[in-house]
Design a protein. Structure first.
Length: 441
């Protein structure tokens, strides 16, 4: 057991964000779409009609705070459970306790912070107890519950999406921190409105980050002869010198950002493409991952409309491999802007997908004899290569030899567009098909 000291009970040692955690709905800031007058979640909490639910949102927007408010208002037994420190054994102990309470008419509300950290087996352990009403489950997660929470468990929970706080909400929180007795109310702290707005902008919707930054700025402020604390612009700039971007290379935001990059390039928007790409890089993404996605885009969305796109994307990958971050950011910017501005065609992607569909759903026919090689006498006797026409022996470098299996005769997959360089490809393909029609017999 960890030994406590005298100093462990001092309120000053508790982080500012924890000291100022709201205890009542009236003090809660933000999430008006859920907690405004007459809104569903507010009514559920006020009437103590809690059912199983999931709070989904970015860090620092009030998920745990809402759970603590529910704990203070509900007449049920409230159990706080952490997915980080608990396993199957602890889950079963709590579930048995809740089941015993149910038989005695006692309702149990179980709050699971970071529920996405539980694996499938751990989440399954909750399911039977949620189904028969032994517990009311409240889960909090920063990850998309569609991917991180078992479908069976998710179907029995109502999902409430919490949004990043607006700048005005964060400024209100910061002003309260300067005046509240639990904050810096006992001290005279001098901060301008512009400085508070700078902290709020830096926090990027995260109340915890905003309060932690404020606390750092105040603790590093200049103390005047009158005993007041002045937060200087120079001191504040050191506290907000670098923003910690919300980005998880394995989470939903990873896929959201790469999707935004891909779709911005597809929509020929170079500015948006550069913005989303640099958001990923600044968040710590591997530049080679981005380079690989650019290579894919070059063929999937541009293709023959600009055949220079693919080698340029490959060159960007090689540049990233040679240089690494931070120098390779300009090479990725070069590639992203080029791909965004290039003419677009998905004809290659469509041909690829349609052909794969046929191969997977239709019988695989043998290669026609005229397309087979005959390196042995037996193969020649079996008519391998019979009927083969060598295109280079003709004046037009074309023959009317059929290259598809019998059942696929006349089947087409590649339909070139009239975009960019693919217009010339389309013109040539049309001419080839017209020649074959004319020489069919």
């Amino acid at each position: 057991m960890e030994q406590l000291t005298f100093f462990d009970n001092r309120e000053e040692t508790v982080p500012l964000a924890s000291r100022l955690r709201p205890q009542k709905l009236e003090d809660f800031v933000g999430q008006e779409h859920l907690l405004g007058p007459g809104r569903m979640l507010r009514q559920i909490i006020e009437k103590d009609q809690i059912s199983s639910m999931i709070f989904w949102g970015p860090p620092g927007v009030g998920k745990t705070t809402l759970a603590s408010i529910i704990a203070s208002r509900t007449k049920a037994e409230f159990i706080n459970f952490s997915a980080v420190t608990s396993g199957i054994k602890e889950i079963k102990e709590v579930m048995n306790q809740a089941e015993a309470g149910r038989r005695m008419g006692v309702r149990t509300v179980l709050f699971v912070d970071e529920i996405h950290r539980f694996n499938k087996a751990q989440q399954d352990a909750f399911l039977p107890f949620v189904e028969k009403g032994s517990i009311v489950l409240i889960g909090a997660t920063t990850e998309n519950p569609s991917f991180e929470v078992n479908a069976a468990l998710l179907s029995r929970c109502r999902v409430f999406v919490l949004k990043a706080l607006e700048e005005k909400d964060l400024v209100r929180l910061l002003q309260n921190a300067l005046t509240s007795p639990k904050g810096f109310g006992a001290q005279k702290v001098v901060m301008s409105d512009e400085q508070l707005k700078a902290v709020a902008a830096f926090a990027d919707g995260d109340a915890r980050t905003a309060l932690n930054t404020l606390e750092m700025a105040v603790l590093n402020g200049e103390i005047t002869s009158e005993g007041s604390i002045v937060v200087t612009d120079q001191g504040l700039s050191q506290c907000i010198s670098r923003k910690s971007l919300l980005y998880d290379k394995t989470g939903e935001e990873h896929y959201n950002l790469i999707s935004a990059l891909h779709k911005s390039m597809r929509n020929s928007d170079p500015d948006a493409a550069v913005y989303w790409m640099l958001r990923m890089l600044e968040g710590g993404e591997d530049p080679l991952y981005i380079a690989r996605r650019l290579i894919r885009f070059a063929s999937e969305d541009i293709g023959m409309a600009d055949s220079h796109a693919l080698p340029l994307a490959v060159a960007a990958y090689q540049a990233c491999h040679f240089l690494g971050m931070p120098e390779c950011d300009v090479h990725l910017t070069h590639a992203a802007v080029y791909l965004a501005m290039a003419p677009k065609s998905n004809a290659l992607y469509t041909a690829c997908e349609n052909c794969k569909r046929d191969i997977r759903t239709e019988n695989n026919e043998p290669v026609p004899l005229q397309l087979r090689n005959a390196p042995t006498g037996l193969m020649k006797d079996l008519a391998y290569g019979a009927g083969y026409q060598y295109a280079h022996d003709t004046e037009d470098k074309l023959t009317n030899m059929e290259c598809m299996p019998e059942s696929k005769r006349g089947c087409r997959y590649y339909y070139p567009t009239s975009q960019g360089g693919e217009a010339e490809v389309k013109k040539r393909l049309d001419a080839i098909m017209e020649w074959k029609r004319a020489h069919r017999d």
